[in-house]
Design a binder for this molecule. Structure first.
Ligand SMILES: *[C@@H]1O[C@H](CO)[C@@H](O)[C@H](O)[C@H]1NC(C)=O
Length: 202
């Protein structure tokens, strides 16, 4: 009897978890590639991430890696919602080869974080994206080198995502926050405050 109850409890838990989290299929679209927005089958993806934007030199907002905003491309990606109304089109900042020092300066400064978050929200709203994806590779372990960045990146990257989440929650419609992270524990253990990432990202 007790076993049955436990099994039932597990089954209910699984149902709740399953019901709450629909599978995500995240498709990155590269602004340097040859595929056009119209060549994407939007019924295959739940999210399209526009890759990439970078941090500007003043560390207070994001800029398209092409050097200036590309509203025509954003609108063509957003138009895919006509074929998949639940599709989310998200702007992705970072990517391999982006200067880690810029992310590090922003996350380690309360003032820069505040300005960056406010300006990035304005940018996302202006171009009608659904959220922000952060591809910093990686806190502390810059381009994979774990002695290159300050140890404070780890804790303050957690603070950064916490503050972004709090700011996004206040908006209507709410914006989504996601992050591309390294899988290997050798880097991940040094780079991430797992509790913060787990609690505030997505
Ligand atoms: C890692 O970064 C440190 C600090 O910048 C540097 O001294 C070291 O040479 C780097 N290691 C590699 C393998 O690049």
């Amino acid at each position: 009897m007790r076993l049955l109850l436990i099994l039932t409890a597990i089954a209910v838990q699984l149902c709740v978890t399953w019901g709450a989290t629909k599978p995500r299929v995240v498709c990155y679209w590269a602004n340097w590639g040859s595929m056009t927005p119209e060549q994407i089958d939007p019924t295959l993806c739940t999210h399209i991430h526009y890759a990439f934007h970078v941090m500007d030199d003043k560390h207070n907002t994001i800029v398209d890696s092409k050097g200036s905003p590309q509203p025509d491309l954003y609108n063509r990606l957003l138009a895919l919602k006509q074929k998949n109304p639940e599709l989310q089109v998200v702007v992705s900042v970072g990517g391999w080869g982006q200067p880690d020092i810029k992310f590090s300066r922003v996350v380690n400064s309360p003032e820069l974080r505040k300005g960056f978050i406010a300006n990035t929200i304005a940018y996302i709203q202006k171009y009608k994206f659904d959220g922000l994806d952060i591809d910093w590779e990686y806190p502390v372990c810059w381009t994979g080198n774990c002695t290159a960045g300050p140890k404070s990146d780890r804790e303050n990257y957690g603070v950064f995502v916490k503050e972004i989440r709090a700011a996004f929650e206040k908006l209507t419609p709410r914006l989504t926050i996601s992050a591309a992270v390294v899988a290997g524990a050798g880097i991940a253990d040094k780079a991430y405050d797992y509790k913060a990432i787990g609690e505030y990202v997505i």
